[in-house]
Design a binder for this molecule. Structure first.
Ligand SMILES: Nc1ncnc2c1ncn2[C@@H]1O[C@H](COP(=O)(O)OP(=O)(O)O)[C@@H](O)[C@H]1O
Ligand SMILES: [Mg+2]
Length: 155
């Protein structure tokens, strides 16, 4: 996937979404920001659980809905934000922007659509419901000319 293409992944279980998160982590590098968008219950936190594993972390992953930010020991270090409860401009007064593009860290942001306009480059994953336990994840890249991501939902 380059700058102008999109990949759609299909998952029929939480376990599969975790696996896909783990696969996506392989393509992320220190300094990256990953935006996770889409409805409540879409699987964003479930995806981060696999993503953290893929970054080499064994820390427990929970949605930082109240704390806004969690840090997972990994290489690179993984920051996990959840912006559900705050307004876009509050991100700055809360100092959360300091964690974007930091060297030696990757930052994954649930409800990333709230800050997308402030970010020059990111991997974006949009979650949607298809039926019952089936979810679609649409991946796209912005601001990374020449960057490529190859990931598949094959078993
Ligand atoms: N294919 C799937 N992918 C992810 N979660 C799923 C899937 N099917 C069912 N689920 C369930 O949906 C819920 C997703 O919750 P969560 O990952 O917290 O979503 P979000 O962070 O987007 O609000 C979990 O209870 C999970 O077990
Ligand atoms: Mg969540």
């Amino acid at each position: 996937m380059g700058e102008h293409t999109q990949i759609t992944l299909k998952s029929d279980s939480a376990e599969k979404t975790t696996l896909l998160g783990q696969r996506c982590a392989q393509f992320c590098r220190a300094g990256d920001v990953v935006l996770l968008e889409g409805a409540l219950g879409g699987g964003k936190t479930t995806f981060v659980r696999g993503f953290a594993r893929g970054c080499g972390s064994e820390d427990p992953v929970r949605s930082p809905t109240f704390t806004l930010l969690r840090r997972y020991q990994a290489r690179p270090v993984l920051y996990h934000m959840d912006l559900y409860r705050i307004a876009p401009d509050e991100v700055f007064s809360a100092g959360l922007d300091e964690y974007w593009y930091a060297p030696d860290t990757v930052c994954v942001i649930e409800w990333g659509e709230k800050v997308e306009r402030y970010l020059p480059r990111f991997l974006k994953i949009t979650f949607s419901f298809l039926e019952r336990d089936v979810r679609l994840m649409k991946l796209s890249l912005k601001g990374f000319p020449g960057r490529d991501i190859v990931v598949s939902d094959a078993p």
